[in-house]
Design a protein around this ligand. Structure first.
Ligand code: KMH
Ligand code: ZN
Length: 271
């Protein structure tokens, strides 16, 4: 089987220190968490940013500072969020793209997100995809519902997105596709041929879906953005602890963990 690419989603936009006091928030803390996650086996860091109050921000300067700090000590692939948090304008969300990260997310549809709505109109999705292409940034297509796969495919047919695509299948967001094995299989079977994919199981679904993905030849995303627990009733000490467990399980299951450079090759990243 191919090597396993582990993504660490280390901060997100919706979790807080009340959920887990070990959540990294400022650029220094986020960089430290990213570097430790890389040392534990993560090849990709999915990056959000917070301002000095801990509020989600897409500020280019905050992203720049965080990314510079990480790059100083680690070769991990940096994947910036273009989702930000619900309610942000498209212009806000786009800001870090001009920093030319190696990857960025692209959610190809709208979905209820807890009590809010994560809005991605066809026009906004197209603008985001074109912006990524203009800066040579590889998209990771974020899928919260099965129709989002078809929306990505339509953009391929229109020449806006290029094959092969890399997907992150997010299961278990309240309002999105439920986290079941049957749904994961359906999503995977719906992907365009030769796509690569990772799975992000939300909350308690993180571990069982990760194990399924390791078995199926997919890749895995873990981290505080998706889940703040190590086990029922036991908060995770760090993002690295969650990554370490996946690396350990993968080894037990006969899959080697990809280094950042191996992940670059696997994902067709040009630099
Ligand atoms: N915070 C969510 C509303 C992304 O990073 O692109 C969207 C999200 C996806 O986290
Ligand atoms: Zn995110």
């Amino acid at each position: 089987m191919n090597k396993l690419v582990i993504t660490a989603a280390i901060v997100g936009a919706e979790v807080s220190r009340q959920d887990n006091p070990n959540l990294p928030l400022n650029p220094e803390e986020i960089a430290q968490a990213a570097i430790a996650a890389g040392e534990a086996g993560a090849a990709i860091i999915h990056l959000h940013a917070r301002d000095s109050n801990g509020t989600p921000t897409q500020s280019k300067e905050v992203f720049r500072r965080t990314m510079d700090l990480i790059k100083r000590y680690s070769k991990v692939i940096l994947q910036v969020s273009t989702g930000g948090t619900v309610g942000m304008t498209l212009a806000e969300r786009l800001q870090p793209i001009s920093l030319r990260p190696e990857m960025a997310t692209l959610t190809t549809g709208s979905v209820n997100f807890g009590q809010a709505v994560f809005c991605n109109s066809p026009e906004d999705i197209r603008s985001l995809a074109l912006e990524l292409a203009a800066y040579g940034v590889k998209p990771e297509v974020e899928v919260f519902e099965v129709g989002m796969i078809n929306n990505a495919w339509e953009l391929v047919q229109k020449g806006v997105l290029q094959l092969p695509l890399h997907f992150d299948l997010v299961l278990g967001v309240p309002g999105g596709i439920p986290a079941t094995a049957k749904n994961l299989l359906h999503l995977v079977e719906s992907l365009p041929k030769d796509s690569s994919w990772s799975v992000a199981g939300i909350g308690r679904h993180e571990l069982p879906l990760s194990i399924l993905a390791i078995s199926m030849g997919g890749h895995v995303r873990v981290g505080f953005e998706d889940n703040v627990y190590y086990a029922k009733g036991e908060l995770a000490q760090s993002n690295a602890q969650l990554v370490q467990r996946i690396a350990r399980l993968a080894k037990e299951m006969g899959r080697e963990v990809a280094s950042p450079d191996e992940a670059r090759q696997l994902l067709g990243l040009g630099h």
